[in-house]
Design a protein. Structure first.
Length: 132
């Protein structure tokens, strides 16, 4: 119990609940950060916050992909599709890794945190693509 309480306090002390920050581009939204702060370290509440953030970032990712895809054609469109499919496999493989069945409820938090952050980072990459 002490371990879980200490971990919860550490999570709340991190900026925006950062677990696996890759760079400033994958930061979670302020709303998610506030939700995590208000969760009181309750893992089910944290998972709810992160699931909502993932849904938001996934919609952002899909919109960015469609926008880029609509501006390119032929070979470049196929290459983008191949790259995006490979990225999805990478993202999902790491989520599976973090969602360790022996890791307890915090493993679920880490897995959804990874999913939200990596999706935000990929959305930022797609948003930065300017077709030639």
């Amino acid at each position: 119990m002490k371990k879980l309480l200490l971990l919860s306090v550490m999570l709340l002390a991190m900026p925006s609940g950062a677990l696996f920050a890759q760079d400033a581009g994958d930061a979670l939204s302020a709303e998610c950060g506030q939700c995590l702060e208000n969760s009181g370290g309750v893992t089910s509440a944290m998972i709810g916050c992160l699931q909502t953030e993932y849904d938001k970032q996934d919609a952002r990712l899909n919109a960015a992909y469609k926008q880029v895809r609509g501006q390119i054609s032929g070979g470049q469109a196929k290459k983008l599709q191949t790259a995006q499919r490979a990225w999805l496999q990478y993202r999902d493989a790491y989520q599976d890794y973090f969602n360790d069945p022996d890791g307890g409820s915090m493993a679920r938090v880490e897995a959804i945190d990874w999913l939200a952050r990596s999706t935000a980072a990929q959305a930022k990459i797609l948003e930065s693509i300017v077709p030639f």
